[in-house]
Structures are given as C-alpha cells and as structure tokens.
Ligand binder design. Structure first.
Ligand SMILES: C[S@@+](CC[C@H](N)C(=O)[O-])C[C@H]1O[C@@H](n2cnc3c(N)ncnc32)[C@H](O)[C@@H]1O
Length: 216
C-alpha cells in the first residue's frame, strides 16, 4: 500500500471519529494552527480503548506539548486518575499548565517542565500503570530502561510516531542524514521492545505508528 492509499484510509476512519467536546477541541485546533504536534485522532481512539480496558490509576506521559493528550486521557479516566507529564519546552509547558487550569484539571495533571532524560530519573520505581511516550523519537531508546523501571507490573507502555509517516521503512539512502539517524534509532527501539523478555510488545500501523508493550 502506498502512502496516498494509507492516507485515504486514515481520512476515512477519521471521518467517523467525533470531535472532542468544546474546550478540548479548541485546544486541538489551536495546536494544529500553531504547528504544535499532537496525537492523531486515530491514535487517540486507540488510547481511549486501552484506557477503558486498563483503567490506570497513574499515568506518565513523556511529551506534553500543550496538554492536549494529557487532558484527553484525564477526561476519559475522570478525577481518580493522576497524570504526570513531562515537557522540555518552557513555552509549551506553560501553555499546557494554562490549558489544564482552564479545564479544571490541575488537581489531576502535574506538568514537569524539564528534559525527560533528567526528569525520569527523579520519579519513583514501579509507579505507573500506563506510560505514554510521545517526545523526541530518537530518544525513545534512551528512555527505555527508565520507563521500565517506572512501570508497574502489567503496565502498558505506548510509544507514538514509530513509523514516521512510513519513512522508517525507506531505504537508508533516500532519507536525509539527520532523519536517517532518528530512523535508525527508532528501528533499534522497535527491535529492542520486540526481543526483550521483560515486555510483550506489538507494533501497529495506527496513526503514525504506535507500539504497545506490556511489562511482564
Ligand atoms: C508530539 S509532541 C507531544 C504531543 C502531546 N503528547 C499531545 O498529543 O498532545 C512532543 C513533545 O515532546 C517534547 N520534547 C522533545 N524532547 C523532549 C525531552 N527531551 N524531554 C521532554 N519533552 C521533550 C517536545 O517539545 C514536544 O512538545
């Protein structure tokens, strides 16, 4: 299937996905207008299903952007679920905090404005039921050991954008050098999660590619 066909299938599925409720939809649209990357609607639907099955009490997100996915997860789970989310960019972290405040979720969502590779080290062992990894794609492999340390037994680890619009599949010679490095690191990450006995993983072509790992 070529990229255009894949895009058509995603648009077809998207056409069935209802918009978010008022304020959340506004945050989504504003993020898109401002060029801030947020989860695709199809990915969001998958996460919704996982959340409803897993019912996590505690969620860790790496890559807050302006808080859209954290707010979405909080809305699905309600007030008993606590979400910690990490964002490197100061302006985005502040926008996220303002959005969280505006939607009345400050008690449930805690934003850490820091580099995830540092912030993760400060978090306690085996604390999270679900970890959503959605930051710099080349860094997933570096976060991996910390993510496993932070995950409870049977925790779900979801990693987004692991196919990079299909570019991860392209020949080594057809992609720019910088992207080639990122893609190599994503491939390494995928190999690792599929061969590591500590997790059971699947790679799905939903949205921009999602991997799901369960910590054994
Ligand atoms: C794809 S966006 C996150 C989107 C968000 N999860 C959503 O769907 O609403 C990735 C975010 O990760 C942040 N990021 C990149 N490198 C990071 C790092 N080392 N530590 C923390 N955040 C990082 C970026 O600034 C960016 O806002």
């Amino acid at each position: 299937m070529n990229r255009m066909e894949y895009g058509r299938i995603e648009s077809f599925i998207n056409s069935y996905i209802p918009e978010d409720e008022d304020n959340l939809e506004e945050i989504y649209r504003q993020a898109r207008l401002d060029g801030v990357p947020v989860i695709r609607r199809t990915t969001k639907e998958l996460i919704k299903t996982i959340l409803m099955m897993k019912k996590p009490d505690s969620i860790l997100e790496i890559g807050t952007a302006v808080g859209y996915s954290a707010l979405f997860m909080s809305k699905i789970m309600g007030e008993s679920t606590h979400i910690t989310t990490i964002e490197l960019d100061k302006e985005r972290a502040h926008t996220a905090m303002a959005n969280i405040e505006r939607l009345g979720r400050s008690q449930n969502i805690y934003v850490i404005n820091a580099d995830a590779s540092e912030a993760l080290k400060e978090l306690p062992d085996a604390s999270y039921d679900l970890i959503f990894v959605d930051a710099a794609k080349g860094q997933y492999i570096n976060y991996y050991e910390e993510v496993l340390r932070l995950a409870k037994k049977d925790a779900v680890i979801i990693s987004d954008n692991i196919l990079q619009d299909g570019e991860v599949l392209e020949s080594h010679f057809t992609v720019e050098k910088r992207n080639r490095t990122i893609h190599d690191r994503i491939r390494e990450y995928l190999y690792l999660i599929m061969h590591d006995d500590r997790v059971e993983s699947s790679i799905l072509s939903v949205g921009d590619g999602v991997s799901i790992s369960i910590k054994k």
